[in-house]
Design a protein around this ligand. Structure first.
Ligand code: ZN
Ligand code: ZN
Ligand code: ZN
Length: 529
């Protein structure tokens, strides 16, 4: 495809997000990047461009934010006044540009749908940021409460290659260790591994590496986290000299956490942990005087170091393992909005929110090389464990469902991690649901403004975001599933390219306006500041 053709596509793809902000769509500087297409897909792209319903297609695509795999629905719905029963409006898929309603796939993984995962990352970013400095209905004073950024890692299950900040990987043996393991492989590595080196995260010897313990830890990681939150409350109660049962009368602990895969195929947790005052209906109460972020950081490290869980054996004859977090615990105070008590702080609230939001959209397949010999060995170990458990269950006439590792096989693609990638406590911030409902309200208001030929005042937006009034309308619909995805690979590539363009433009806009958003963070990260 020629550059000119690509540019034509680009110009033809409407950018609703830009138009709705009342700005001129920026054509130059954002060439359409369709990547490398095979001839068949390229032919589909061209056919779409020349098709009579191209305008309808691009309208449908922009309505779902250029989602890569939208869900298609047939049917209709009516909006009804909840009190009077009056039908206020009706909508049918036949009225949609392509005669079928497209709905975003909502996938959180960047590798599955760039557009939906970006939306999720943006929502997560705002949710996490609001919990740090307020906004979106969270009071600004929340920024005064002690806040800590903590990283809880897994322990070591064997030597693996690492970057070590540019130094040699593993130049020395530990005391009493031979330079060669019992399998004849070196226990030292003098290489300075660069980023992207395929060896990173791979064991020095896969036969020495403790795959079963690795998987047991990964399987129970959510339980370790749960115990950590309980132990942190206990530690706090002890510090304050009150029984744990009465802690909530003085302080509450709020957090947002994400799980991130390390290169060695095991998760670690990043968390923002905030100390609020006593439990109230509204939440976000000021913390009592004297409880500083530095103290909270110490208590977090203390609690995390003390957490343990005795994991049940994998099979008959296996041992009970006492699981703990790794020694590389890190908890540091975050100085938010108006606090300047730590001028040397390395992280701003924006950066922390950005890190967490970014991790929240990554899965095992995005972060670790799941096709490496190490990852294959992890999955093979799962298969071996499950085979053995099944044989034992059959011999003892026990159902597998009752086995503590009965679902391990189901989670083999996650390398045995069954937890949520991103979780938060109830009063940490707003919820993703609230953010979504507000967006729906915003889009409705925008559609109404477009119909009536007026522009939506951006200042109304804040009111809209604050608006939590009771819904007085009901939506009654009947919908049937008509399929998933666009008609052709060419359509999918076009949608992805348009989503990428919208993202680039949003980054440029964020840079120009210096508005806090996930795109701003992406840019900062690329430039390395
Ligand atoms: Zn999608
Ligand atoms: Zn190495
Ligand atoms: Zn070995």
């Amino acid at each position: 495809m020629t550059r000119a053709t690509r540019d034509r596509v680009w110009d033809a793809v409407p950018l609703r997000s830009i138009e709705q902000a009342g700005e001129r769509p920026a054509g130059e500087g954002h060439p359409l990047d369709l990547g490398h297409l095979d001839p068949a897909t390229e032919a589909q792209v061209l056919a779409r461009l020349l098709s009579r319903d191209f305008d309808a297609w691009s309208e449908a695509a922009s309505r779902v934010g250029h989602c890569a795999r939208p869900i298609r629905l047939h049917g209709s719905s009516q909006t009804v006044d909840a009190r009077t029963g009056e039908v206020l409006s009706s909508f049918s898929s036949a009225d949609s540009p392509l005669g079928v309603l497209h709905v975003r796939c909502g996938n959180r993984r960047g590798s599955e749908c760039p557009s939906c995962s970006r939306l999720y990352a943006a929502d997560t970013f705002h949710l996490i940021r609001a919990g740090v400095i307020g906004g979106k209905g969270v009071p600004e004073q929340v920024g005064e409460n002690p806040l800590v950024f903590a990283t809880l890692t897994a322990p070591s299950f064997g030597l693996v290659h690492g970057t070590r900040g540019g130094r040699a990987c593993r130049p020395f043996t530990t005391k009493g260790q031979h330079r060669v393991c019992e399998h004849g492989r070196p226990t030292v590595c003098h290489t300075k591994h660069a980023d992207g080196d395929e060896l990173l995260g791979q064991p020095l010897c896969r036969d020495c590496y403790d795959y079963e313990s690795h998987l047991v830890w990964q399987w129970w990681a959510p339980e370790l986290w749960r115990r950590f939150t309980i132990d942190l409350r206990r530690t706090l109660a002890k510090q304050l000299g009150v029984p744990a049962s009465r802690l909530a009368e003085l302080v509450t602990v709020q957090y947002a956490k994400v799980a991130e895969y390390q290169l060695r195929g095991i998760v670690h947790f990043h968390a923002l942990i905030r100390l609020d005052g006593p439990k109230t209906d509204a939440g976000f109460a000021p913390a009592p005087a004297g409880l500083t972020a530095a103290l909270l950081a110490r208590l977090v490290e203390q609690a995390a170091a003390g957490v343990s869980f005795d994991a049940p054996p994998l099979h008959q004859g296996d041992v009970t393992r006492r699981l703990r977090f790794g020694a590389q615990l890190d908890a540091r105070p975050i100085a938010a909005a108006r606090r300047t008590d730590d001028p040397d702080r390395a992280l701003t609230p924006e950066q922390v929110a950005g890190y967490l939001a970014k991790y929240a959209t990554k899965s095992a397949t995005d972060s670790a090389n799941t096709d490496s010999p190490h990852a294959r060995r992890l999955r093979a170990t799962i298969v071996a464990i499950v085979d053995r458990q099944r044989a034992e269950a059959a011999a003892n006439d026990q159902p597998m469902a009752e086995h503590p590792y009965g679902l391990l096989f189901k989670w083999r693609h996650m390398l045995g991690f069954r937890g949520h990638f991103s979780t938060k406590s109830r009063r940490y911030s707003v919820t993703l649901g609230q953010l979504r409902r507000r967006r729906v309200r915003y889009e409705r208001a925008l559609a109404a403004a477009n119909r009536e030929g007026r522009t939506l005042d951006v200042r109304d937006l804040d009111d809209l975001l604050q608006d939590e009034t009771e819904e007085t309308t009901l939506v009654i619909g009947h919908w049937t599933y008509a399929g998933t995805g666009w008609d052709t690979d060419g359509d999918t590539e076009l949608a992805k390219a348009a989503a990428a363009r919208a993202r680039e433009y949003a980054q440029e806009r964020a840079r120009a306006r210096k508005t806090p958003c996930i795109d701003q963070f992406d840019r900062n990260e690329r430039e390395g500041d």
